[in-house]
Design a protein around this ligand. Sequence first.
Ligand code: AMP
Length: 188
Amino acid sequence: MRIVFMGPPGAGKGTQATIIAQQLGIPHISTGDIFRANVSALTELGIAAKRYMDAGEYVPDTITNDMVRDRLEQNDAKQGFILDGYPRTVDQITELDTMLSVDDVKVDVVIELTAETNEVVKRLAKRALNQGRIDDTEDVIRRRLEVYAEQTAPLTAIYENREILKQVDGLGDVTEITNRILSALAVK
Ligand code: AMP
């Protein structure tokens, strides 16, 4: 199964994508995690991405698309994957289609985890305390939510038109949400 997870920062995409990927035996590919690993390792990619991430802005499409292409070319992604945090722009949606068309495959389902702003701000503030992520400060959180609302939320319409979008309520306890996602994926 080729699955895309969408939803605002703090909706629980990372937590749920990790669990679902493990249950389905497919890789969990989080662009945010890959960027953060590169920032920590001080790679060229990390150095290029860092200033955008620190400001809560999107890393430019060319950089992001190249990184995802490399990742999807690896063998473990050939039988399926969960993409978490990608695509986030129209250009990324188009590029992803192109990447998959090489193997004559498509995204099967897009899970949009929904959560209201007050709740995600609360969760992100808590994560800031626990994980100390540099982009979890109040100003940057606000900017990341704005960027999501402006640039990414409207894109769910593209997948809705393809009739592969499933909206899942991201409020509740972790197991409950996992079960909702499994139902939406029709694997439960
Ligand atoms: P995340 O962990 O998904 O919230 O991503 C953290 C940061 O990484 C984002 O605020 C962006 O700066 C960058 N990032 C992750 N995924 C993407 C993407 N698909 N396009 C552009 N930037 C991204």
